[in-house]
Design a protein around this ligand. Sequence first.
Ligand SMILES: Nc1ncnc2c1ncn2[C@@H]1O[C@H](COP(=O)(O)OP(=O)(O)OP(=O)(O)O)[C@@H](O)[C@H]1O
Length: 331
Amino acid sequence: MSTVLLEVDDLEVTFRRSAGPGRRAASVPAVRGVSFQLEAGTTLGIAGESGSGKSTIARTLMGINKPSGGSMRLNGADVGALRGRELAQYRQTMQMIFQDPYDSLDPRMKVSETLLEAIKLRKNKPASPLNEVYQLLEKVGLSKSFASRRPRELSGGQRQRVSIARALCVDPRLILCDEAVSALDVSVRAQVLNLLKDLQEDLGLAYLFISHDLSTLRFMADYVGIMYLGKIVELGTRDEIFERPQHPYTRALLSAVPEPVVIDRTVRLPRVRLTGEPPSSTNPPTGCSFHPRCPLAQEICRTTAPARRVTSSGQLAACHFAEPELVVAEA
Ligand SMILES: Nc1ncnc2c1ncn2[C@@H]1O[C@H](COP(=O)(O)OP(=O)(O)OP(=O)(O)O)[C@@H](O)[C@H]1O
């Protein structure tokens, strides 16, 4: 039986951008009504172009950004209502791994010091914190000798392994991975992804996995959400999204992958070419935000925002015309 660990409902995050040289003050609706559930022990991948709001979701879950609407529930508890000890506990349940571990690890601290500092936050203190450090290093595939090194003495992959070990220090249930492997070489990337998968299996971790790279998501994710201008426009299982994509934006993203390994040939979906830049987040287009770039757009798309609905192949898509048989010829 599946257990819902995290429930995000109609989340809104709006930033106030102050005026600068040649720029007016503006409000930036970075996340606009995002809803999803994440089951314990599973991975939800989030993809979308730069600026679509992926990191803002993760940062809001971590309490770095403040939501302007909607709710987040962890194990059924409303995160917005947590205070004191409950809030501290919530913060430990969820950890985050960033793209560049060089920025997130203190360059002056030895690996052991970084991990010992994080272990101190744990509710059940281990009898021997140093042994715990060694065990954590082993869990992430590093030998004891790494305990005495500093970040500059580590490769990118080793640094990311230390970041993962640090996240594990407090026994989290959920790890938010924001472009966690994007800066790594392809072979190292595969090793770190395999490590994350092994840890998921051993420890029952859930991941919210943010990545530009669709092949990474195809490897990692059980469920995938595709974001466009602050909204999840398509959400489904990995196979639904990669083999039977319904939203024209999802198809455009998949069509842009150099090796078109991702589209199920039996469905014979035509490619959708993505043209132009995403519109500015400060002033999203009326109706469906994707309509100015969409080859399927019709009048209704300019005036009416499509609700997310279940498509014939099972996933949710926010498109007035999200069915393969209605797709126009190759753009
Ligand atoms: N602190 C902030 N103040 C003002 N605007 C912000 C702030 N943080 C993010 N934004 C804006 O919110 C929108 C979403 O940004 P976000 O970083 O979440 O996108 P993203 O999909 O993660 O992009 P990337 O893939 O480039 O990291 C963008 O328009 C961004 O400029």
